[in-house]
Design a protein around this ligand. Sequence first.
Ligand code: FNR
Length: 359
Amino acid sequence: MSSPLYEPYTIRGLTLRNRVAMSPMCQYSSEDGFANDWHLVHLGARATGGVGLVIVEATGVTPEGRISPGDMGLWDDRHIEPLARIVRFVESQGAAPGIQLAHAGRKASCDPPWLGGKAITDPAKGGWPVVGPSPIPFDASSPTPHELTVAEIDALVDAWEAAARRALAAGFRMIEIHSAHGYLLHEFLSPLSNRREDEYGGSLENRTRLVRRVAERLRGVIPDSMPLFARISATDWAEGGWDVDQSVELARALKGLGVDLIDCSSGALVPGVKIPLGPGYQVPFARRIREEAGIATGAVGLITDREHAERIVADGDADLVLLGRELLREPYWVLKSMREAGVEVAWPVQYGYVFKQRR
Ligand code: FNR
């Protein structure tokens, strides 16, 4: 039986050819924030592999907002053209190009994971001072973040807007706000990292103020036809932290501000928590937020099996399925799955005729 997974999905003015998205994945392979040939091939391969939506990795809205010195950035107009090249290729393959805009907050200034991922505190080694809602470090080996002033927060909202304008100039069709995984916007959401006593801390309304401001600002500058996503960690998996009830409230508020889809991840705000990892372990968050906040959702996390992905969409757990590591293993996951499911496969033209030839 065919599945809606392989059918087009329209969100605002954007129609995706199917409901499989490439989850944003940092490559730590940029210099000074620039996209390069690696990113073209990495992202382009998944576009030729059939995904409906290709989401570019967490892209720093400021240099200090990068997780590592190798992160992608959009803080300078010169970043636009190398990304525009990727956008053109992704679109030429029938996929929609999206980008995740990010600020790493207190988790910025680290080595890439393959060098250990530890904080670089020495400016001589390429590190920089990190910022956050409150002077609470991520863990014992992390630097204490500078507590952002209200003026600095205002400047960051401006940086998000400027980066979004550059994303538009590069031709992206979707922007995702990164408010998950213990990075800056998530740090404001969670009482475990936000102990502020001003209008950005304390109540749920205050802790959600920054992400709401960013969403409102971005919706104000992008076209009505363009979808805006937000990725959240639906829970910190920690006592006294951010949780699913608050996520539902936030999703309702973001919907009111013109956010179209909540991409439901979890965790990474505090170390040492127990996470019940297993296939689709975050799917229940996507389902609950979809039902209770009445907003489209994306399901992500340990989804590798074709029939599982088909069921997630068919059962109404989520509107989109995002794949991360499985697409690293298998860029052609979508085309292979369509073939196995008996659905007509949308091969790239260079390949498709080969399989139609009689021998
Ligand atoms: C990630 N992830 C991630 N998430 C995000 O929101 N922005 C990012 O830039 C990154 N970067 C990143 C790099 C790499 C190498 C991996 C493996 C993961 C998380 C990713 O998008 C996804 O949510 C998780 O990997 C879970 O999905 P999978 O991999 O189980 O399908």
